[in-house]
Ligand binder design. Structure first.
Ligand code: ZN
Length: 144
């Protein structure tokens, strides 16, 4: 049964499994919106992991729970909040400690190739599909 986007949500994130995103980076999906394109995730980023160059095709905001990251704006550490406006380009975002952050983006993020072309679009649909796949896997585990 699919939940309507307007449904009230309460998630116990400590009971949710981490899903691998890339080297040293995992996430938990909190919410995706097919109406607005917004998506909210928790990221867990191991010391030394990083996000490749990307452009924000929607504004974003984050709150660091744990650790420290270095990016265009400087250093962000546990307790810090950041807002990333529409169109901002992040050349390199590196986690210099084991980190966890809450992140909402109000649209897609485009990871770009060195020539500026889009290598991968990270959007609500990517996370919604991952969530559906994870729920499908959990349902078939239960049925087995
Ligand atoms: Zn960014």
């Amino acid at each position: 049964m699919g939940a309507a986007m307007s449904d009230e949500i309460l998630l116990r994130t400590s009971d949710m499994p981490w899903i691998n995103f890339g080297a040293g980076i995992d996430y938990k999906i909190l919410r995706t919106s097919a109406e607005t394109g917004a998506w909210t995730v928790l990221f867990r980023c191991a010391k030394g992991s990083s996000f490749a160059p990307h452009r924000h095709y929607g504004a974003g905001e984050y709150f660091m729970f744990k650790g420290a990251m270095e990016y265009r704006m400087g250093g962000a550490k546990a307790g810090d909040y950041g807002y990333e406006p529409l169109g901002v380009f992040h050349e390199h975002t590196e986690f210099i400690e084991d980190s966890e952050l809450w992140f909402t983006n109000y649209g897609p993020i485009a990871f770009v190739n060195p020539d500026g072309s889009v290598a991968m679009l990270l959007d609500w649909k990517f996370f919604a599909d991952q969530q559906a796949a994870a729920q499908g896997a959990a349902a078939s585990r239960k049925a087995a």
